[in-house]
Design a protein around this ligand. Structure first.
Ligand SMILES: [Zn+2]
Length: 79
């Protein structure tokens, strides 16, 4: 997975190229139970820490919201 996506996805969005270290579940595994490729992204440690912090602060979204996010990720992945 990190061979496929060697650079942190968040850093790339911000115009930085930083080595990815962590395979992150975009919608956290404990909420989504979704271990599919489309729910995974490569992140650096700093971006992963930041994302985890925001997720903890925001709390768990509703099941409907989680399902909608997964549908969106899947659709984006397939296009
Ligand atoms: Zn990063």
């Amino acid at each position: 997975m990190l061979l496929e996506e060697p650079y942190c996805r968040e850093c790339l969005k911000a115009g930085r190229r930083r080595q990815a270290r962590i395979v992150d579940h975009i919608v956290p595994l404990e909420w989504s139970q979704c271990d599919e490729r489309y729910n995974k992204q490569a992140l650096c440690i700093a971006c992963h820490d930041e994302k985890s912090k925001q997720e903890r602060a925001a709390g768990r979204p509703s099941n409907e919201e989680l399902a909608a996010r997964l549908r969106r990720l899947k659709a984006e992945w397939l296009t």
